[in-house]
Unconditional design. Sequence first.
Lengths: 144, 194
Amino acid sequence: MNRKTSDSLASVIFDRESADRGEETQASAEVAKQIDDFSQISDLLRVPADVAREDPFFVVRFRQRRDQMLASLRAVPPWRWVALRLIPIAVSAVVTAAAVLWISDDRIDPLVQLERLAVGNGVDDVTLESTEVEPVLRIAMGDL
Amino acid sequence: MADPDGVLVTRFRGGDESAFEALVKRYEVPLRKLAYGYLRDRMLAEDVAQESFLQAYQRLDSLGRVEAFRSWLYRIAINRAHDQLRRKARKREVAGEEGEERIRQMAEPGSPEQRLEDRDFGRRLGVYLAELPEKYRRPLVLKEIEGMTYAEIAEVLGWPMGTVQIRIHRARLRLRARAQELLKKGAGDEPKDE
């Protein structure tokens, strides 16, 4: 007897799955009690007779549901069929575009940060300062 | 002798609609029983069986070996029943159980008191069965409700036979422990969620 069988001996005997008929007679009192309890549980779990009875209208109801299903599949216009298949592609395109934008923003950010670090107070100040700088080139051109 | 399922599947694939209806007739009761074993509800069991056949009808082309039709169909039904059970648990649907009870009482012999006691106990045990972890419930339902052998269950679930054997046993031990708790508490208390 392997370990699995000895662990589940009561079930193996109860289910008549044991190859060794001697196991049943050698079963301990505890195993015998388990078998008795399993038998009661099995009785209580038994499916009611009407559920286990063939229903002549089951196949009729199946036919109706199948026909409804097929009709609804046929009723879908071709443009809707195409649209339904295009939706995932459109969604993936939008997601890809958003991801690309996000990644490209990420690439710019370090540059902006570097600029801010170098100048001190931020880009706005840099712009302001740059407009106040004397237009050296124009003066030089005037001298000529 | 040729496998009847295989013959019917091949005929259906060849365009014979009546062959699929023959499969429906052949598996109507097993599928309804299986779904009932999961859900303990006649209406839902009927619905699960019907939906399983519709799914099989639509996807029969994806079935590889025609001889495996039975296992394939059972897997569809188990998954459907499992989904339904989850929905039921989510919505805390208890509607229908009282009606179920009355139908069962009318259908069974014995004194009304005895029937009530047995059925109440059986219903609670059904609730405990539904609460079992999936790995225990699946093989136990196939064993108790469908009467399959360990080898057949192993084929349907794709598990080794030793695993099937030990899980069925553990499922029973768990149910037995809950039944003993119930007996100690008496039949007055409602089962509580864990």
